[in-house]
Design a protein. Sequence first.
Length: 288
Amino acid sequence: MSSLLKLVDKQSVLATADRTTALVMSGTFTRNLGAVEAFAIVVSIVIGSGVFTSPGSIDTNVPSPGTALLVWLVGGVLAWTGASTMAELGTAIPGEGGVQPYLKYIFGDVFGFLAAWTWVVAVMPATLAILSIVFVENIYSAAGVTGEGDRVVHKLLSVAVLCCIGVANSISTKASTRLNNFFVVTKFVTIAAIVLAGVIVVFIQRANPDRNVGGRDWAKTPWFSYRDSANPDGSVTHWDGLSQWEMFGHLSAALYAALWAYSGWDKAIYISAELRQSLASLAQFSVF
Protein backbone atom coordinates (compact mmCIF):
# COMPACT_ATOMS: atom_id res chain seq x y z
CA MET A 1 0.00 0.00 0.00
CA SER A 2 2.81 2.39 0.88
CA SER A 3 4.59 1.65 -2.40
CA LEU A 4 1.37 2.29 -4.31
CA LEU A 5 0.88 5.68 -2.63
CA LYS A 6 4.48 6.65 -3.40
CA LEU A 7 3.96 5.68 -7.03
CA VAL A 8 0.76 7.75 -7.24
CA ASP A 9 2.49 10.76 -5.65
CA LYS A 10 5.41 10.45 -8.05
CA GLN A 11 3.07 10.28 -11.04
CA SER A 12 1.17 13.33 -9.76
CA VAL A 13 4.39 15.32 -9.40
CA LEU A 14 5.52 14.31 -12.88
CA ALA A 15 2.14 15.28 -14.33
CA THR A 16 2.31 18.69 -12.67
CA ALA A 17 5.85 19.18 -13.94
CA ASP A 18 4.76 18.22 -17.46
CA ARG A 19 1.92 20.75 -17.36
CA THR A 20 4.27 23.47 -16.10
CA THR A 21 6.83 22.67 -18.79
CA ALA A 22 4.12 22.74 -21.45
CA LEU A 23 2.95 26.16 -20.25
CA VAL A 24 6.49 27.51 -20.34
CA MET A 25 7.30 26.14 -23.77
CA SER A 26 3.99 27.29 -25.28
CA GLY A 27 5.01 30.95 -25.08
CA THR A 28 5.37 33.06 -28.20
CA PHE A 29 7.79 35.70 -26.86
CA THR A 30 11.55 35.56 -27.29
CA ARG A 31 13.23 34.86 -23.97
CA ASN A 32 16.00 37.46 -24.00
CA LEU A 33 15.64 39.15 -20.59
CA GLY A 34 17.85 38.34 -17.64
CA ALA A 35 17.16 38.91 -13.96
CA VAL A 36 18.96 42.29 -13.96
CA GLU A 37 16.96 43.67 -16.91
CA ALA A 38 13.70 42.38 -15.45
CA PHE A 39 14.55 43.88 -12.06
CA ALA A 40 15.23 47.24 -13.72
CA ILE A 41 11.88 47.12 -15.53
CA VAL A 42 9.95 46.37 -12.34
CA VAL A 43 11.83 49.07 -10.42
CA SER A 44 11.06 51.55 -13.20
CA ILE A 45 7.36 50.68 -12.98
CA VAL A 46 7.15 50.82 -9.18
CA ILE A 47 9.24 53.99 -8.85
CA GLY A 48 7.01 56.04 -11.07
CA SER A 49 4.91 59.14 -10.72
CA GLY A 50 3.40 57.95 -7.44
CA VAL A 51 6.67 58.30 -5.55
CA PHE A 52 6.79 62.01 -6.40
CA THR A 53 3.05 62.82 -6.20
CA SER A 54 1.86 60.69 -3.26
CA PRO A 55 3.85 62.39 -0.45
CA GLY A 56 1.65 65.48 -0.70
CA SER A 57 -1.55 63.41 -0.54
CA ILE A 58 -0.22 61.48 2.43
CA ASP A 59 0.97 64.53 4.35
CA THR A 60 -2.41 66.28 4.03
CA ASN A 61 -4.24 63.21 5.35
CA VAL A 62 -2.13 62.39 8.42
CA PRO A 63 -1.80 64.35 11.68
CA SER A 64 1.98 64.01 12.05
CA PRO A 65 5.18 63.10 10.17
CA GLY A 66 5.55 59.95 12.27
CA THR A 67 2.11 58.77 11.16
CA ALA A 68 3.10 59.45 7.55
CA LEU A 69 6.13 57.18 7.96
CA LEU A 70 3.92 54.45 9.43
CA VAL A 71 1.57 54.75 6.45
CA TRP A 72 4.52 54.34 4.08
CA LEU A 73 5.63 51.28 6.07
CA VAL A 74 2.19 49.64 6.00
CA GLY A 75 1.85 50.31 2.28
CA GLY A 76 5.28 48.80 1.65
CA VAL A 77 4.43 45.65 3.62
CA LEU A 78 1.17 45.21 1.70
CA ALA A 79 2.97 45.70 -1.61
CA TRP A 80 5.64 43.17 -0.61
CA THR A 81 3.05 40.54 0.31
CA GLY A 82 1.32 41.11 -3.02
CA ALA A 83 4.61 40.79 -4.93
CA SER A 84 5.42 37.57 -3.07
CA THR A 85 2.00 36.17 -3.95
CA MET A 86 2.45 37.01 -7.61
CA ALA A 87 5.92 35.46 -7.60
CA GLU A 88 4.46 32.26 -6.18
CA LEU A 89 1.75 32.20 -8.83
CA GLY A 90 4.25 32.99 -11.57
CA THR A 91 6.48 30.08 -10.65
CA ALA A 92 3.57 27.66 -10.19
CA ILE A 93 1.55 28.64 -13.28
CA PRO A 94 3.85 30.08 -15.97
CA GLY A 95 2.24 31.80 -18.92
CA GLU A 96 1.70 35.02 -20.86
CA GLY A 97 -0.80 37.75 -20.14
CA GLY A 98 -0.35 38.69 -16.52
CA VAL A 99 -3.13 37.47 -14.22
CA GLN A 100 -5.14 36.12 -17.14
CA PRO A 101 -3.49 32.66 -17.28
CA TYR A 102 -3.85 32.30 -13.49
CA LEU A 103 -7.57 33.01 -13.51
CA LYS A 104 -8.03 30.85 -16.59
CA TYR A 105 -6.11 27.97 -15.01
CA ILE A 106 -7.96 28.19 -11.68
CA PHE A 107 -11.48 29.40 -12.53
CA GLY A 108 -11.88 28.68 -16.25
CA ASP A 109 -11.89 30.48 -19.60
CA VAL A 110 -14.66 32.97 -18.77
CA PHE A 111 -12.86 34.57 -15.84
CA GLY A 112 -9.58 34.59 -17.75
CA PHE A 113 -11.19 36.36 -20.70
CA LEU A 114 -12.97 38.91 -18.50
CA ALA A 115 -9.71 39.73 -16.70
CA ALA A 116 -7.82 40.26 -19.97
CA TRP A 117 -10.69 42.28 -21.51
CA THR A 118 -11.00 44.55 -18.45
CA TRP A 119 -7.25 45.09 -18.36
CA VAL A 120 -7.00 45.98 -22.05
CA VAL A 121 -10.14 48.15 -22.25
CA ALA A 122 -10.14 49.99 -18.92
CA VAL A 123 -7.29 49.41 -16.48
CA MET A 124 -4.18 49.92 -18.57
CA PRO A 125 -5.49 52.77 -20.77
CA ALA A 126 -6.53 54.71 -17.64
CA THR A 127 -3.19 54.01 -15.94
CA LEU A 128 -1.15 55.08 -18.95
CA ALA A 129 -3.26 58.23 -19.35
CA ILE A 130 -2.64 59.21 -15.71
CA LEU A 131 1.09 58.57 -16.02
CA SER A 132 1.44 60.61 -19.20
CA ILE A 133 -0.52 63.51 -17.69
CA VAL A 134 1.60 63.48 -14.54
CA PHE A 135 4.76 63.33 -16.67
CA VAL A 136 3.81 66.51 -18.51
CA GLU A 137 2.68 68.20 -15.27
CA ASN A 138 6.08 67.49 -13.74
CA ILE A 139 7.82 69.04 -16.75
CA TYR A 140 5.61 72.12 -16.44
CA SER A 141 6.30 72.34 -12.69
CA ALA A 142 10.06 72.02 -13.24
CA ALA A 143 9.83 74.94 -15.66
CA GLY A 144 7.87 77.00 -13.12
CA VAL A 145 4.59 76.82 -15.04
CA THR A 146 1.41 75.97 -13.11
CA GLY A 147 -2.32 75.91 -13.76
CA GLU A 148 -2.00 74.62 -17.32
CA GLY A 149 -3.73 71.27 -16.77
CA ASP A 150 -6.97 72.30 -18.52
CA ARG A 151 -5.32 73.62 -21.67
CA VAL A 152 -5.47 71.66 -24.93
CA VAL A 153 -1.69 71.91 -25.38
CA HIS A 154 -1.18 70.09 -22.08
CA LYS A 155 -3.42 67.23 -23.19
CA LEU A 156 -1.79 67.02 -26.62
CA LEU A 157 1.66 66.81 -25.01
CA SER A 158 0.41 63.98 -22.79
CA VAL A 159 -0.86 62.11 -25.85
CA ALA A 160 2.46 62.73 -27.63
CA VAL A 161 4.42 61.34 -24.67
CA LEU A 162 2.23 58.26 -24.58
CA CYS A 163 2.67 57.69 -28.33
CA CYS A 164 6.45 58.13 -28.16
CA ILE A 165 6.80 55.62 -25.34
CA GLY A 166 4.53 53.18 -27.17
CA VAL A 167 6.59 53.41 -30.35
CA ALA A 168 9.86 53.03 -28.42
CA ASN A 169 8.59 49.87 -26.74
CA SER A 170 7.36 48.50 -30.07
CA ILE A 171 10.76 48.65 -31.78
CA SER A 172 12.37 45.78 -29.90
CA THR A 173 12.84 44.40 -26.43
CA LYS A 174 16.47 45.56 -26.36
CA ALA A 175 15.58 49.12 -27.36
CA SER A 176 12.85 49.37 -24.76
CA THR A 177 15.15 47.84 -22.13
CA ARG A 178 17.85 50.43 -22.81
CA LEU A 179 15.30 53.24 -22.61
CA ASN A 180 13.96 51.79 -19.38
CA ASN A 181 17.45 51.54 -17.89
CA PHE A 182 17.99 55.23 -18.64
CA PHE A 183 14.79 56.17 -16.80
CA VAL A 184 15.71 53.89 -13.88
CA VAL A 185 19.05 55.65 -13.46
CA THR A 186 17.32 59.04 -13.72
CA LYS A 187 14.81 58.10 -11.01
CA PHE A 188 17.47 56.76 -8.69
CA VAL A 189 19.58 59.90 -9.13
CA THR A 190 16.56 62.10 -8.41
CA ILE A 191 15.60 60.17 -5.28
CA ALA A 192 19.21 60.09 -4.10
CA ALA A 193 19.40 63.88 -4.54
CA ILE A 194 16.26 64.35 -2.43
CA VAL A 195 17.60 62.06 0.31
CA LEU A 196 20.97 63.80 0.23
CA ALA A 197 19.27 67.20 0.56
CA GLY A 198 17.42 65.96 3.63
CA VAL A 199 20.60 64.63 5.21
CA ILE A 200 22.38 67.93 4.55
CA VAL A 201 19.54 69.85 6.20
CA VAL A 202 19.82 67.62 9.28
CA PHE A 203 23.57 68.16 9.58
CA ILE A 204 23.29 71.93 9.07
CA GLN A 205 20.55 72.19 11.70
CA ARG A 206 22.46 70.09 14.20
CA ALA A 207 25.64 72.09 13.64
CA ASN A 208 23.82 75.40 14.12
CA PRO A 209 20.61 74.90 16.18
CA ASP A 210 19.67 78.59 15.98
CA ARG A 211 19.62 78.61 12.20
CA ASN A 212 16.24 78.22 10.47
CA VAL A 213 16.73 75.32 8.06
CA GLY A 214 13.82 73.38 6.61
CA GLY A 215 11.27 75.15 8.76
CA ARG A 216 12.74 73.65 11.96
CA ASP A 217 9.39 72.03 12.74
CA TRP A 218 10.94 68.58 12.46
CA ALA A 219 13.61 69.59 14.99
CA LYS A 220 11.41 71.37 17.55
CA THR A 221 8.23 69.23 17.62
CA PRO A 222 7.98 65.47 18.32
CA TRP A 223 7.34 63.48 15.17
CA PHE A 224 4.03 62.04 16.41
CA SER A 225 2.63 65.30 17.76
CA TYR A 226 -0.44 66.62 15.93
CA ARG A 227 0.08 69.44 13.41
CA ASP A 228 -2.58 71.28 11.45
CA SER A 229 -2.52 70.31 7.75
CA ALA A 230 -2.96 72.77 4.90
CA ASN A 231 -5.10 71.34 2.09
CA PRO A 232 -4.77 72.10 -1.65
CA ASP A 233 -8.06 74.04 -1.62
CA GLY A 234 -6.72 76.43 1.00
CA SER A 235 -8.57 74.97 3.97
CA VAL A 236 -6.85 73.76 7.12
CA THR A 237 -7.46 70.44 8.90
CA HIS A 238 -7.45 70.71 12.69
CA TRP A 239 -6.80 67.13 13.78
CA ASP A 240 -7.77 67.65 17.42
CA GLY A 241 -11.33 68.46 16.39
CA LEU A 242 -11.92 65.40 14.19
CA SER A 243 -14.00 62.40 15.21
CA GLN A 244 -12.68 58.85 15.10
CA TRP A 245 -14.45 58.10 11.83
CA GLU A 246 -13.17 61.28 10.21
CA MET A 247 -9.66 60.37 11.28
CA PHE A 248 -10.13 56.89 9.86
CA GLY A 249 -11.25 58.39 6.55
CA HIS A 250 -8.14 60.56 6.32
CA LEU A 251 -5.84 57.66 7.17
CA SER A 252 -7.55 55.49 4.55
CA ALA A 253 -6.95 58.18 1.94
CA ALA A 254 -3.29 58.38 3.00
CA LEU A 255 -2.90 54.60 2.73
CA TYR A 256 -4.49 54.68 -0.72
CA ALA A 257 -1.91 57.27 -1.81
CA ALA A 258 0.89 55.06 -0.44
CA LEU A 259 -0.45 52.03 -2.31
CA TRP A 260 -0.58 54.13 -5.49
CA ALA A 261 3.08 54.99 -4.97
CA TYR A 262 3.94 51.30 -4.56
CA SER A 263 1.73 50.17 -7.44
CA GLY A 264 3.51 48.12 -10.08
CA TRP A 265 4.59 45.19 -7.92
CA ASP A 266 2.21 42.97 -9.90
CA LYS A 267 3.76 43.90 -13.25
CA ALA A 268 6.63 41.43 -12.86
CA ILE A 269 4.43 38.61 -14.12
CA TYR A 270 3.81 40.45 -17.39
CA ILE A 271 7.42 40.04 -18.46
CA SER A 272 7.88 36.52 -17.08
CA ALA A 273 7.31 35.11 -20.57
CA GLU A 274 10.44 36.95 -21.81
CA LEU A 275 12.80 35.79 -19.05
CA ARG A 276 15.61 33.43 -19.97
CA GLN A 277 15.20 31.60 -16.67
CA SER A 278 11.64 32.53 -15.84
CA LEU A 279 10.96 30.45 -12.75
CA ALA A 280 14.15 31.34 -10.90
CA SER A 281 14.39 34.98 -12.01
CA LEU A 282 10.74 35.81 -11.32
CA ALA A 283 10.97 34.92 -7.65
CA GLN A 284 14.25 36.80 -7.26
CA PHE A 285 13.35 40.23 -8.63
CA SER A 286 9.69 40.13 -7.49
CA VAL A 287 10.63 39.77 -3.82
CA PHE A 288 13.76 41.94 -3.74
